[in-house]
Design a protein around this ligand. Structure first.
Ligand code: ZN
Length: 129
C-alpha cells in the first residue's frame, strides 16, 4: 500500500494517476480523505448512456472518496466516486470528474491482477474485461 499526501491545487484523479505512474501501479484501489476547493461530479443516465455533469464551486470536505486504477489502451485510468459535505454538513456525491485539492491524503493498494477496460455495449461504459 502506498500512502501519499496529494498536492494542493492539483486535480485529485490526476494526482492518483501521477502517484501510480511514479510507483508503477497499473491496477489497484484507493481511498482518499481531505478537502476540496471545488469539484465537478456526475450521474450516469442509464437510458441515454451519458454522464450529466454537476459543478460545485465552493469548499467542501471529502467525506469519502474511493476508486480504482486500471488500464485503457495501455494508459493508467483512474475511476473515482466521491461523497462530499458542504459547510452545513449536507452531503452530495457521484462520479468524480474534475476537482481542485485543498488538502488530501490517499492510500493506494496495488493489486496483482491486471485490470483492463474495454467498451461494453450493454452499458455504454468502458468496464473491466
Ligand atoms: Zn463512475
Amino acid at each position: 500500500m502506498i500512502i501519499r499526501r496529494l498536492n494542493y491545487g492539483a486535480d485529485l484523479c490526476e494526482e492518483i494517476k501521477r502517484v501510480c505512474e511514479e510507483e508503477k501501479i497499473t491496477s489497484g484501489w484507493f481511498n482518499a480523505v481531505g478537502a476540496l476547493k471545488k469539484l465537478s461530479f456526475g450521474f450516469y443516465d442509464q437510458k441515454k448512456k451519458k454522464y450529466g455533469k454537476i459543478k460545485f464551486s465552493k469548499p467542501c470536505e471529502i467525506a469519502s472518496c474511493a476508486g480504482n486504477i486500471s488500464e485503457i489502451d495501455g494508459e493508467v485510468f483512474v475511476h473515482a466516486h466521491i461523497c462530499f459535505a458542504d459547510e452545513r454538513g449536507n452531503v452530495r456525491g457521484g462520479h468524480l470528474f474534475d476537482s481542485v485539492i485543498f488538502a488530501c491524503e490517499a492510500g493506494i493498494f496495488s493489486v496483482a491482477k491486471k485490470l483492463k477496460r474495454e467498451y461494453d455495449k450493454k452499458t455504454g461504459l468502458k468496464l473491466w474485461k
